[in-house]
Write a protein of this length. Structure first.
Length: 195
């Protein structure tokens, strides 16, 4: 950050924005392996919240890589930058009063912790949801065919195969989408928001 860049406070309070958006803005960060069910659960949560009158939006990892993060690859450095950027956007959107759902693999614990700390410093709630579906289940699903490519050596540094996934130590919620129906998982997440 340069010394000539100063945060500008607007004239609308967070509580005024929340009166319009239906409640407290927050970030629900879904982390887990590729194919774990993060995006499926986040989509169901978003739909439920919208039906309840809560402003919500999903920042899906793949979608963000079509625009904002289209310049990033999948090296460890690029993955960290991807998480940092998505985390900053989520924090701003949550400050605006939205419930922001972020299904992003985010394999490194330190990157997720940095996003959490940025939210906490801004007084914004951050909820980490670990979609802890076992690797063998994710690999059997392989919705994008990426595990097969990684096993064939056509994709390097693939999370869970030849690049690590660092599980959260104490997420607010842990889900095994391999043994739990997506609707049941979504209800558990919604309960965290509306409680």
């Amino acid at each position: 950050m340069t010394e000539n860049v100063v945060w500008h406070d607007g004239s609308v309070s967070r509580s005024q924005r929340q009166a319009i958006t239906g409640g407290e803005g927050m970030t629900l960060w879904f982390t887990g392996l590729s194919g774990s069910g993060k995006s499926t659960i986040a989509a169901a949560v978003e739909a439920d919240l919208i039906l309840r009158g809560r402003a919500a939006y999903t920042l899906d990892g793949d979608n963000v890589r079509h625009g904002l993060n289209s310049d990033l690859g999948f090296s460890a450095v690029d993955r960290s930058e991807n998480v940092r950027r998505v985390g900053e956007v989520a924090r701003l959107m949550a400050d605006a009063g939205l419930v922001v759902l972020v299904p992003v693999i985010s394999p490194y614990r330190g990157d997720r912790d940095a996003v959490r700390m940025a939210h906490e410093a801004a007084g914004i709630r951050f909820v980490e949801v670990h979609v802890a579906t076992p690797l063998e289940v994710c690999e059997a699903r392989d919705p994008k065919g990426l595990y097969a490519l990684a096993r064939a050596g056509e994709i390097a540094e693939f999370t869970g195969i030849d690049d690590p996934y660092e599980e959260p130590f104490s997420p607010e919620l842990r889900i095994d989408a391999g043994s739990e129906l997506p609707g049941d998982s979504a209800r558990r997440v919604v309960d965290l928001v509306v409680s």
